[in-house]
Design a protein around this ligand. Structure first.
Ligand SMILES: *Cc1c(COP(=O)(O)O)cnc(C)c1O
Length: 312
């Protein structure tokens, strides 16, 4: 849970997360477990809670009363930031990629209900988000506002993910030979591997950007521990691109959810589970290996019905 501005609380919650043994014919030849960080907090999605915790503590330390961030219409990070702001007493502003749709996404409806002020930008204007003049050009000059980059991708976010690494180190029920996770920017992959130096971490990019994900993951490792550790990426499971869910993927999701009783999110953890399923069928894993899948959350995104189309 993330109910107060105390990273110790999230650390304790991370240590209490269950590891669930998965018995399913979809993953032949290995011993499979899933770590359920989707259960970390009812409204602040797993991996985004880790990325936010030190950003929020820093905001309080700096005396900031507003959090400003950006993302797409189905962004887990926008949703989590709005929820955290409501709980912890920060005003929130969300800069959203793309014009406002006639029917806003369930994510944005929630964000507004959580009190977030939304500013919609054209895709062209949104591209300027890394420019230092981005906020002043939007007329935002509030000295008491803290800007958190898209996805929570800053050094405070990376340090938060190290809490997850430390929790895994201390609570894993067996020594995992491989730990698999879904990658968007690659920050979680880099930060996790930096905290799990002697374990093999495998990243599954959910978009056609394996090279930039590898670069990003390496960059965060350098910042956190001063060096790079070998990581493995499985670049062939983006399934057509970000937020695409072709029919075969939807069919796999139904099978997985029926057999395990665990729900997946359509953008990240679905492609993660699918990638491991395929690699098992191709016999690319060591027979009998102990493998951990990280359920990083994101279940709010299940409300989107148009994942075969581009949603962001
Ligand atoms: C954001 C997100 C990720 C990816 O995290 P990165 O650090 O951007 O690679 C994975 N899973 C879920 C559910 C997410 O919301």
């Amino acid at each position: 849970m993330l109910t107060k501005l105390d990273p110790q609380e999230l650390r304790d919650s991370a240590h209490a997360i269950p590891y669930q043994k998965i018995k399913s014919g979809l993953f032949p030849g290995i011993a499979l477990w899933m770590r359920r960080d989707d259960l970390l907090d009812p409204i602040i999605s797993g991996n985004k809670a880790f990325k936010l915790v030190f950003n929020l503590a820093q905001a309080r330390l700096f005396g900031a009363h507003t959090l400003i961030t950006c993302g797409g219409a189905w962004s887990n990070h926008i949703h989590a930031t709005a929820a955290a702001g409501m709980r912890l007493g920060f005003k929130t502003v969300g800069i959203i990629r793309g014009e406002r749709a006639p029917t806003p996404s369930a994510t944005l409806v929630d964000a507004e209900r959580f009190g977030m002020q939304l500013i919609h930008l054209s895709r062209t204007a949104y591209r300027q988000r890394h420019n230092p003049d981005f906020l002043p050009q939007l007329g935002i000059t509030d000295p008491f506002a803290l800007f958190i980059p898209e996805g929570g991708a800053n050094i405070a976010g990376a340090r938060g993910v190290q809490l997850l690494a430390s929790a895994i180190q201390h609570t894993q029920p067996v020594h995992f030979d491989e730990i698999w996770l879904a990658c968007g920017t690659g920050l979680t992959l880099g930060a996790l591997q930096s905290g799990l130096k002697n374990q093999k971490v495998v990243g599954v990019p959910v978009l056609k950007a394996a090279k930039s994900i590898a670069r990003e993951a390496a960059l965060w490792q350098k910042q956190l521990i001063g060096k790079m550790i070998n990581m493995e990426l499985k670049p062939e499971y983006h399934c057509g691109g970000y937020a695409r869910r072709p029919a075969y993927l939807k069919a796999f999701q139904n099978q997985f959810e029926q057999q395990t009783g665990i729900l997946l999110d359509p953008v990240y953890t679905l492609k993660l589970a699918y990638a491991l399923h395929r690699e098992c069928l191709l016999k690319r894993l060591t027979p009998g290996a102990n493998v951990l899948l990280l359920h990083t959350g994101g279940l709010q995104g299940r409300r989107s019905t148009c994942h075969t189309d581009r949603v962001q």
